[in-house]
Design a protein around this ligand. Sequence first.
Ligand code: HEM
Ligand code: SF4
Length: 576
Amino acid sequence: MTDKRARNEIIKENSHQLRGTLAEGLQDVVTGNIAEDDHQLIKFHGSYIQDDRDVRGERAKKKLEKAYSFMLRLRIPGGLTTPKQWLALDRIASEYANGTLRLTTRETFQYHGVIKSNLKRTMQAINGAALDTIAACGDVNRNVMTAANPYLSKAHKQAYDLGKAISEHLLPKTGAYHEIWLDGEKVEEKVRKAGKSEEPLYGTHYLPRKFKTVIAVPPDNDVDIFAHCLGFIAVLEKGEVVGWNVTVGGGMGMTHGDTNTFPRTAEFLGFCKPEQAIDVAEKVLLVQRDWGNRENRARARFKYTVEDRGIDNIRAEVEKRLGYKLGKPKPFKFEGTGDPLGWRQTLDAKKDEDKKWHLTLFVENGRIKDVPGRTMRSALREIAEAGYCDFVCTSNQNVILANVASKFTSKIEAILKAHGVSTEVSSGLRANSMACVSLPTCALGLAESERFLPELLTSLEDSLDKAGLRSDDIVVRMTGCPNGCARPYLAEIGFVGRNPGLYNLYLGAAFDGSRLSKLYAQDVGKERIIELLDPIFLKYAKERKSGEHFGDFVIRAGLVKATTAGNNFHDNIKLA
Ligand code: HEM
Ligand code: SF4
């Protein structure tokens, strides 16, 4: 019988619970690369091997191996770090990486440009800050995102606590990480002799693909709940969480030209009580472990399991494993997916002295760096050194300076000003923008993203001015390939790279993150993008109803048909 399983399944099976030959590969000083199979395994440890694509041609001509380096992604449930941790992370960026901190679209940091000889030291430095990179990538439950800022209200704290607990509960338990990176005790043999499994939840094959969990507190849908495999939406009574609406089966990635693959918005599984939530998370994950597709990785995400089996069958199986029924989802309302920028005060503090301040700072495409005249990285370092606040990475690639006492707000403002960091953003469009990394580090990028979106937005701001829309909130997102790391199919305006300089343009997603967009134009470059959007902005400004969002308007105006579920994302396309 031929083995139809995807290659990664065999790599996992033979890996000794994610060890592979990583430890040996790190010691080989002849190359900056690691063994082919280890490319897959190192993801589970929070890292991707990459190469600098800007210098590929030049190095090939000189017969040099590619300029290999590693991307390292941290696991930071809820995105919360202390000032001490922030300082450690900042130091690591200079000592071992390319001098920038990249806030991701999933509430964590990435480093780029860590070379092999520094990998272990970097991991140890991260560990020294009481953080880790376990399961930040790979076929496991990834970083758990929670509604931004645990200090904002009691409910936000409850969401954060649940996120942290789920992250711990669903963490791989293999000793591989500690052995390889932290010189921990070799436990494999011992566990085997004791007749136990190193991975009681994941087994030897882990999940068929990555698995992503998020927790939202209405009315904010900042975590983009419908884009994720598993979601918990807080149901509140008098500001307290009395339970969670559970969602399953969302996801973004697809393959250009393959209509069997599509982004999908999550559906409702039911309602659970606070004390049931971790158990629910575990059982949902186990259903995907056992039912997910292990032959075709392009169809292996949980969203396809939910699509193919149907939500009712998934619910029945989860309830069977739980041993009890879930309740019916309770009413709630989301208002938007963005981060309210600027200062906010704790929402539900009773006494004045408990009211703290929280500043959400816009970070363009999440890249925290110093450039002449605008030294954001140094400003944040200075704020951390003074210990004025904790830091929260948001799912919109921004940072919140959280839990600030009133007496420190002006001090923070003065530091930001001295470093040329404004709390103002040039337009509502930019304030609601995100771009994935893409070139030069991401091997999958077909077009520029992070390096191109800022200049495109500058041009589009001229169009907005003509229409008088500069301060309107419109969600725009760009990715360099259809994998969708910046969730472009849930943006009111989405750009997805096809070829160098060319993008597919998607319109019509809902501002609150509940509806996907639809393809509007194919293979468009900068000039054509402006030519297409210019008249639409004018029309929107003239004809919109009061309070109508851009994504809803383009549907009412007949520019695109509404996508009502992932399985009709590719239907009714009429290209401009
Ligand atoms: C098949 C699908 C996907 C693959 C193969 C993939 C692969 C990658 C790779 C290689 C990177 C590293 C880029 C770099 O830092 O240079 C990356 C970044 C990232 N991906 Fe994905 N990705 C996929 C889908 C997604 C989706 C659907 C999401 C979120 C909903 C996501 C979230 C992220 C995040 C947060 C980053 C960090 C950088 C950023 O914020 O742009 N990925 N991905
Ligand atoms: S969307 Fe594509 S190009 Fe962008 S970071 Fe993800 S995998 Fe890379």
